[in-house]
Design a protein. Structure first.
Length: 423
């Protein structure tokens, strides 16, 4: 992912002048190039990454109903869930009629980009970039030689989510900024009678190792280690492995960690554990799974002594809409998408699932994620998911296996390095 200034002012007011499309999804009477003129009996087919019962789906369905009432154009939504990533390519190759779909925005821009229309001109005409996070737009363009093929929405950030009440009960007055300070916080929480931290196996353990190694050497160097299999040649790999191992060997992690997802995260909802490194969707997921009402705090993963990255660097991403290049109604699909990702519907979605708003004009964050806002605005470096540990498709499963074994204390840090160096 391309690095750079995150944005000048993340949640500043929207520009005073913008077109109706960006404001509220008004349709454009001039079809996009290659589009057929829409009529009142036109139907657009949308394959959604959401399940119909999810909060995002409910807001999208309301937006579709409003769009049809306003334009006469029906949005036929097929709720595919997360499996849309596995299904959409094969369906399009087989000639199935799909006008637009959504998934992780990097997946849409990169793996599915060959199916997607160039949205650069429509975005420029609509004024959408005045409402979007520049880092997401720039990153999406970087995957297609400067061409924009995805509309990012529902952005996320990652860091440590914690139960404020547990911190207060343990006498913790300041969140940690360095790894030694994190260990001190863990010791106080353990003494107070709760599990300091927990994690889920897979993505959860990959986040721990990815962050810790990137704090030492940065993401670019981490990607080189993965690509060149130079685990034994970079001493910081062993340092990071020892650090993560210590969280488990010192009893700072729950005895059930790493757990099968979402059991680890749910420990916070059941009042068993105090901290979790995850993305900003996790407070909502925990609330849905356990019914817990937690006063959430947040801090970025701490820096390490002698490291190159600090709390200014984080994993940042989003979901994204792609419009199929073969669609006869690209402009209509774009107009509907604008009605979802900006204005009132964007705010409704943020509130429905306690997510970060997509539209930078919507400056009020839901309470459960509001703790991340001050850090989010000051981030200047962006990380890939798991900071690149999962980027090499040929080795990611082997790397993940080693990370899980390390966190389960089935292998030592020395054995972890040797095992990955020999893959």
């Amino acid at each position: 992912m391309k690095k750079g200034n995150f944005l000048k002012v993340l949640c500043g007011a929207a520009a005073a002048t913008m077109l109706l499309t960006a404001c509220g999804g008004a349709t454009n009477s001039t079809p996009a190039s290659g589009s057929a003129a829409a009529t009142s009996d036109t139907t657009l087919t949308y394959w959604s990454m959401w399940n119909s019962t999810e909060g995002q789906a409910k807001v999208i369905q309301e937006a579709a109903d409003a769009y049809e009432a306003k334009t006469g154009i029906k949005i036929n939504i097929e709720w595919k869930g997360r499996d849309v990533k596995k299904l959409v390519g094969a369906a399009l190759d087989a000639g199935e009629k799909i006008d637009f779909f959504d998934q992780d925005y990097i997946y849409v821009a990169q793996q599915a980009g060959k199916y997607c229309a160039d949205l650069t001109d429509m975005v420029a005409a609509s004024g959408f970039e005045e409402h979007a996070l520049p880092i997401l737009i720039d990153t999406a363009k970087s995957y297609n030689d400067g061409v924009l093929k995805v509309i990012p929405y529902q952005p996320y950030t990652t860091g440590v989510w914690y139960n404020k009440a547990m911190f207060e009960a343990a006498g913790i007055e300041k969140t940690p900024e360095t790894f030694p300070e994190l260990l001190e916080v863990c010791a106080k929480l353990k003494e107070s009678g709760v599990n300091p931290m927990t994690c889920d196996q897979g993505d959860g353990t990959a986040l721990l190792m990815g962050y810790q190694l990137a704090r030492y050497i940065g993401q670019d160097a981490l990607l080189e280690v993965v690509e060149n299999k130079s685990w034994a040649e970079v001493p910081e790999v062993k340092k990071a492995a020892k650090d993560i191992y210590s969280l488990f060997s010192n009893g700072y992690m729950s005895e059930y960690a790493p757990a099968k997802a979402p059991d680890g995260a749910n420990e916070l909802g059941y009042g068993e554990s105090a901290m979790l490194l995850q993305a900003s969707w996790v407070p909502n997921e925990i609330a849905q799974n356990t019914g817990a009402e937690i006063d959430w705090g947040f801090f970025p993963w701490p820096e390490v002594e002698g490291g190159v990255d600090g709390i200014e660097a984080s994993m940042v991403g989003a979901q994204g809409f792609g419009i199929v290049d073969k669609s006869e109604h690209k402009q209509e699909a774009f107009d509907f998408i604008m009605s979802v990702v900006t204005g009132e519907n964007d705010l409704k979605m943020a509130e429905a699932v306690s997510a970060i708003p997509s539209d930078t004009a919507n400056t009020q964050w839901p309470a459960s994620v509001a703790g991340a806002e001050p850090y989010f605005k000051n981030m200047t470096k962006t990380y890939l998911w798991a900071v690149g540990l999962q980027e090499n498709v040929n080795y990611k499963d082997y790397i993940q296996q080693g990370v899980d074994q390390l966190c389960n204390m089935e292998i030592t840090p020395d054995e972890f390095v040797s095992q990955l160096a020999g893959m």
